[in-house]
Design a protein around this ligand. Structure first.
Ligand code: CDP
Length: 225
């Protein structure tokens, strides 16, 4: 089972992905971390995250320990990620790793769930269930602001809102793998939902896809028996 979750910043993709992973016994990959790691490494070395040659080289040489950097969750990392992620060479360098992860879950797992911007459209167009999780810009900015406060980081709401608008515009407007729902994605607007309601709606959708898939595979199974 592969579940693809896409959507703009702070829409609740991460929480949903974690809950679905637990429910179905799936391995989880937060693909945003890969782009954040590339952005942080480029900036950390004094480079420009919009410089294609530098960022592509960093993406090609990314190592597992780069995903453990403490600064990956900061808003500066998010902005750098959004810049490097518009570079085709960076996306190409990270694509195979994501596909391998999706199709080869670790021993004992029933499948995988990936969250990002282009999972349903580019990385796993064959995913069993595709969810596009969204919410109004103001609701998302409030969620991110609260999250920063809970982590005791300095945050100014107006700044968080501006950063989010800037990042969403860049992610949606880029030429390569822009943020958009796949044609067969279930669009889940969580503006008026709490995490439990969003999880329940997502679960209904995934369960219906799972049932359809079993019905589709049943004649073949019977034939084999
Ligand atoms: O957590 P949040 O939704 O704010 O961001 P994230 O998922 O960690 O992604 C950070 C940035 O990486 C995004 O703004 C995108 O520019 C980029 N990204 C992408 O281009 N493709 C993905 N599959 C995941 C992230």
């Amino acid at each position: 089972m592969i579940i693809a979750i896409d959507g703009p910043a702070a829409a609740g993709k991460g929480t949903l992905a974690r809950r679905l992973a637990t429910k179905y016994g799936l391995a989880l990959l937060d693909t945003g971390l890969l782009y954040r790691a590339v952005g942080v490494k480029v900036v950390g070395a004094g480079g420009d995250p919009e410089d294609a040659a530098t960022a592509t080289k960093v993406a090609q040489e990314l190592e597992p320990r780069d995903l453990e950097a403490e600064t990956l969750r900061s808003d500066e990392a998010a902005q750098a990620a959004s810049k490097v992620s518009a570079i085709p060479g960076v996306r190409a360098a990270l694509l195979q790793f994501q596909r391998d992860f999706a199709h080869h879950p670790p021993e004992g797992k029933n499948g995988t769930v990936l969250d990002g911007r282009d999972i349903g459209t580019v990385v796993c167009p064959d995913a069993l269930a595709k969810l596009f999780v969204t919410a109004s810009t103001e609701v998302r900015a409030h969620r991110r602001f609260k999250e920063l406060q809970e982590r005791e980081l300095d945050a100014i709401y107006a700044r968080v809102l501006e950063d989010m608008k800037e990042r969403d515009a860049r992610d949606s407007g880029r030429d390569v793998a822009p943020l958009e729902p796949a044609e067969d994605a279930f669009v889940l607007d969580t503006s008026d939902m709490d995490a439990d309601a969003a999880f329940a709606a997502a679960l209904d959708f995934v369960a219906s896809k799972d049932r359809q898939d079993r019905v589709r595979l049943e004649p073949r199974r019977k034939h084999r028996e």
